[in-house]
Design a protein around this ligand. Structure first.
Ligand code: TEU
Ligand code: CA
Length: 556
């Protein structure tokens, strides 16, 4: 595949930075990050060199799930500021050459959204069909489905003696996308934001908007509830609805669109992210961050194996090539910190392994995403008491699984330490000072004590920091079209220790090798390769081997 064949697009050449506003920067001392805090730090992001900011939800919300439960799509969360603050952030971002991608959460709303307040009033309310209501089955829930955050996915509502579906918390009722009026409302709202001048949407669990109308019971894996995924993910009308969204909204603007696609397969991704552009720019797949699972799903402390990681990521590289576009990510607000998960967060290897992981991802084909703090090599926090957790998923999972005796409290605390979403949500570490410079008040969630060593101020003063390494990777993507458009080919695909691959474009070759271990590994890929080293996390190399966590990139 060469540049002529691969259709060019600005979002294929861009690097995205995800901001989780609650934890990024607090401008008014209430302990909660806010829009003005983001605006203040735009020069930092411009210096890093990213092109786009994806904002996790900033809309009005009662915060049952930190903004992923929206009560008004056309207003800003009081904790985060006002619509004037948003307009200023958008204008300032554009002035700093940064685009803004909004989170779009339309699989569900908050139960406090005006539509749902109406919907639950009576069976003949005009908003009734905005949501998914079912009669009890034999006096119980309509199906055995479990919600993603524990308990049943059905909530009984006594006003009408019926159940509503909530794939996430009971304060997040699922919208009924089969109702054309719901689609009209959503598309109007999207057009309204586009008219404001935003640059795209990250679409929350968009693969779940079309449900199997037969509502069968799901398979029970954890001994408690049935799995809804086969009847909810990539459902019968999902592509039809996204094509309609594309016609009525997306195609009218020049947007980056990325669908969060829980349960997506490569076959489905080829449709969502097809090259004709009839649906979305790209999707997030999750196979590489869901490599290990235990008897209670993702809650385990088993470490993922390199072979599995490579098999999955290479599969996505090969299969989408020339047909659809990949997204590339290690971290987001739902995942533990990558240096703790796939690297090594000890004092000795944290920096070098963070750089290695960045290299491995950023030299692949696709659009890379950097999650706030990843560019500093921020680590998991490993809370030692449940009281420190804030995340609804973590707290409910602890109660559900220890309460049922499936795991001991001690084991569950260890699993949370490895996997909890709060690992990503501790405040951004700006300085070595009090509360890491995140707030002058009391932070809504504890700051990682390692901010004394790991913080932006220190890294900006150190030319060898993880920050400057990310800056260089991003600059390389902007200057070398082989990194954006080059064909991908895996190397050493049987290795247990090294992740290597090659990119080719217009007769040039880029060779990438990453040692995923803390010990030296033999590797002769570079021995006879005359070329220019584009980046490496080591200044000196050794013939025939890679040093601990060494990453090398050579253009020949
Ligand atoms: O997450 C959707 C999702 O697929 C979940 O399985 C997610 O991986 C979750 O964290 C389970 O571990 C999206 C958002 O990214 C998440 O923050 C929200 O809580 C969720 O949707 C509901 O809106
Ligand atoms: Ca604040």
């Amino acid at each position: 595949m060469n540049t002529e064949q691969e259709k060019k697009a600005w979002w294929k050449e861009a690097v995205i930075y995800q901001v989780y506003p609650r934890s990024f920067a607090d401008s008014n001392g209430d302990g909660i990050g806010d829009l003005n805090g983001i605006t203040e730090h735009l020069p930092y992001l411009e210096k890093l060199g990213v092109d786009v900011i994806w904002l996790s939800p900033v809309y009005q919300s009662p915060n049952d799930d930190n903004g992923y439960d929206i009560s008004n799509y056309r207003d800003i969360m009081t904790d985060f500021g006002t619509m004037e603050d948003f307009d200023r952030l958008l204008a300032e971002a554009h002035r700093h050459h940064l685009k803004i991608v909004m989170d779009l959460v339309v699989n569900h709303t908050s139960d406090e959204h005006a539509w749902f307040v109406e919907s639950r009033k009576s069976t003949d309310n005009p908003y009734r069909d905005y949501y998914i209501w079912k009669e009890p089955k034999d006096g119980k829930e309509p199906t055995n489905w479990g919600s993603c955050f524990g308990g049943s996915a059905w909530q009984y509502d006594e006003t009408t003696n019926m159940y509503y579906l909530h794939c996430f918390s009971k304060k997040q009722p699922d919208l009924n996308w089969d109702n054309p009026t719901v689609r009209d409302e959503v598309f109007d709202m999207m057009n309204w934001w586009c008219e404001k001048g935003i640059d795209g949407f990250r679409m929350d669990v968009i693969s779940m908007i079309s449900k199997d109308p037969s509502y069968p019971d799901g398979e029970v894996h954890d001994g408690l509830y049935g799995d809804y995924s086969p009847y909810v993910c990539n459902g019968p009308h999902v592509h039809e609805y996204l094509q309609e969204m594309n016609r009525r909204v997306l195609s009218k603007y020049d947007l980056l669109t990325v669908g969060e696609a829980a349960g997506v397969t490569v076959e489905e991704a080829k449709k969502y992210a097809n090259n004709e552009g009839s649906e979305l720019s790209m999707v997030f797949q999750f196979e590489h961050v869901e490599l290990v699972s235990g008897k209670i799903g993702k809650w385990t402390d088993e470490k993922p194996q390199l072979k599995d990681l490579r098999r999955i990521l290479n599969k996505w590289q090969y299969e989408l090539d020339g047909k659809a576009w990949n997204s590339l990510f290690w971290d987001n607000h739902d995942q533990p910190r990558v240096v703790s998960r796939f690297g090594n967060d000890s004092d000795e290897f944290r920096t070098v392994s963070a750089k290695m992981l960045a290299t491995c991802l950023h030299m692949m084909k696709g659009t890379p995403y950097v999650y706030q703090g990843e560019e500093l090599g921020m680590t998991n926090i490993y809370f030692d008491q449940l009281e420190d957790y804030r995340d609804i998923e973590s707290i409910n999972a602890f109660r559900q699984y220890t309460g049922n005796g499936l795991v001991t409290e001690e084991d569950m605390m260890r699993y949370l330490g490895e996997i909890s979403r709060d690992n990503a949500r501790t405040p951004m570490q700006w300085t070595a000072g009090e509360n890491a410079g995140f707030t002058t008040g009391t932070p809504w969630i504890k700051v990682n004590p390692n901010h004394i060593e790991i913080n932006a101020e220190a890294e900006l003063a150190d030319p060898d920091s993880v920050f400057y390494y990310y800056q260089k990777l991003i600059a390389l993507r902007h200057s070398q079209s082989i990194i954006v458009y080059g064909k991908f080919e895996g190397l050493l695909e049987d290795s247990d220790t090294i992740y290597a691959y090659r990119r080719t474009l217009d007769g040039r070759t880029l060779t990438v090798a990453c040692n995923f271990t803390a010990s030296e590994q033999s590797c002769d890929l570079f021995d006879d390769l005359a070329g220019e080293e584009l980046i490496s996390n080591y200044k000196e190399h050794q013939a025939g081997r890679l040093q601990p966590y060494e990453a090398r990139v050579v253009l020949a």
